[in-house]
Design a protein around this ligand. Structure first.
Ligand code: IFM
Length: 481
């Protein structure tokens, strides 16, 4: 595997192309709260977060940022920041409490208010259908391990497409299916907390199938000029010793089960042969039925890339720790079926508060790789950002958060986006993760990714310096040193 690097010097100023979208991103369970209101049913994350020991300090998304009740204020905030676009997710259990059956009108009305409120403010909506909140009733029937869940997802997509299809610009089917499949079903650090490698691989296939069936369901129901995408947290995995066959093989295995398990069927219509071979002792993949790959391999307009950090691997000789969690919480079970012989090494810093290394060259590498492999598709950076321990200061009557480290992170990553565009990649937008500090899954409210601070006692919002910096960038479209 080669590691392309941005090859030209950064200039002191870089102007983004006309039409490039500056946005922010969030996800329903992380911000909405109102977990038991207006007909919303429980999701696997309600169950998981209410299970003692699963989430730091026992935090849950019951209230989160209370976005459900503060919608208009949050929309005004985005407008004040001059955002071009907003990426949000729709909570399946708000639309169908049990994941099946007729739509819950109150749930649809909430997202209609959100989308209409965005459009009124000139902010383009990007809707993600699934950001990890599977209705618990579907989990009770087998969850993503069960084939039926993919068909239920297509029915849900049809309902949402009918209701909002006339006013959403970009549809994203799934957010980070790797996390759903492998953190949810192999390492078990995410809901539903299963630790069965075979179930994780089945789940990956059913998520792929859900993606393809949902695209088919949406396409007939939405505006002709709507665009379709999927957001993948593609892993940038580098061999520790680039000339060592064992390390190259380790990187290949992680690329297979971390990336190509999704890009293979979604973008090329097949599971990679090496992935099938790597996992042959776990499953024969007989859950892939005739016709599934054609159903999955549907036309897309854009690939959504979620990027935070890189990984470095070696062939593991069995001694010491293999540190397989690679930054995704501590678990004794590996999230990498078929890659048990791989050791993850500690990366050189600097690090964010998540312990993730900061390396913008990984984003450049991903953008250029996706462009090279799929030259006909445009690219969106659908997530990028950093958690830092923010200090709040009071200056006169005003509260301030001088989050210079976050500004530096954003600036450096946006610089490589600019570089990738200059080098030919068709990158159309960048969505900072996240608009608000929010429920960071198994870490609860401890890790703050927001451009806007949320005081989780009062739920008051304070734009951090990074929000003001990003607002200026969206206005001037010019990145300065
Ligand atoms: O908060 C998450 C988000 O839900 C999915 N992508 C990574 C973010 C930071 O961990």
């Amino acid at each position: 595997m080669t590691t392309p690097q941005p090859h030209t010097q950064q200039t002191a100023t870089a102007v983004f192309p006309d039409g490039f979208l500056f946005g922010t991103a969030t996800a329903a369970y992380q911000i909405e709260g109102a977990a038991r209101e207006d007909g919303r049913g429980p999701s696997i994350w309600d169950t998981f977060s209410h299970t003692p020991g699963k989430v730091a300090r026992g935090d849950t998304g019951d209230i989160a940022c209370d976005h459900y009740h503060r919608l208009e204020d949050d929309l005004d905030l985005m407008a004040q920041l001059g955002m071009d676009s907003y990426r949000f997710s729709i909570a399946w259990p708000r639309i169908q409490a049990t994941g099946r059956g007729p739509a819950n009108q109150a749930g649809l009305d909430f997202y209609a208010r959100l989308v209409d409120g965005l459009r009124r403010r000139g902010i383009r909506p990007v809707a993600t259908l699934y950001h990890w909140d599977l209705p618990q009733a579907l989990q009770d029937a087998g969850g993503w391990g069960a084939r039926d869940t993919a068909f239920a997802f297509a029915d849900y997509a049809a309902i949402v497409g009918e209701a909002l299809g006339d006013r959403v610009d970009v549809w994203t089917t799934l957010n980070e299916p790797w996390c759903s499949a492998f953190l949810g079903h192999a390492s078990g650090v995410h809901a539903p907390g299963v630790t069965e490698p075979v179930t994780a691989l089945r789940a990956a296939h059913h998520l792929n199938l859900a993606h393809g069936l949902a695209l088919q369901a949406l396409r007939d129901r939405v505006r002709a000029d709507a665009r379709f995408s999927v957001s993948l947290n593609l892993h940038v995995v580098r061999p520790d010793r680039p000339d060592d066959a064992g390390d190259l093989e380790a990187a290949r295995r992680i690329d297979a089960v971390g990336n190509r398990v999704f890009t293979g069927p979604m973008l090329a219509g097949a599971y990679p042969g090496d992935l099938l071979a790597d996992t042959a002792s776990i499953t024969d993949w007989s859950f892939v039925r005739d016709g599934d790959l054609a159903d999955i391999f549907q036309p897309l307009d854009a690939i959504g890339i979620n990027y935070y950090s890189t990984s470095r691997v070696r062939r593991w000789d069995g001694s010491g720790s293999n540190n397989h969690s690679a930054g995704h919480n501590v678990s004794t079970a590996s999230p990498w079926p078929g890659a048990e012989s791989v050791q993850f090494l500690t990366q050189p810093g600097p690090y964010t508060e998540m312990g993730w290394n900061i390396d913008p060259s990984g984003l450049y590498e991903l953008l250029m790789r996706m462009h090279r492999e799929n030259p006909e598709l445009s690219l969106l950076v659908t997530e990028n950002g950093a958690a830092f321990a923010d200090d709040v200061s009071t200056e006169g009557e005003t509260r301030r958060v001088h989050d210079t480290a976050r500004i530096d992170y954003l600036r450096r990553h946006l610089a490589v986006v600019q570089q990738a565009i200059a080098d030919g990649a068709d990158v159309r937008g960048y969505y900072a993760w996240s608009l608000l500090d929010n429920f960071e899954w198994a870490y609860g409210y401890e890790k703050r990714f927001g451009l806007v601070r949320v005081d989780f006692d009062t739920l008051e919002r304070t734009a951090k310096d990074s929000a003001l910096w990003y607002a200026r960038l969206a206005q001037t479209r010019t990145l300065t040193d």
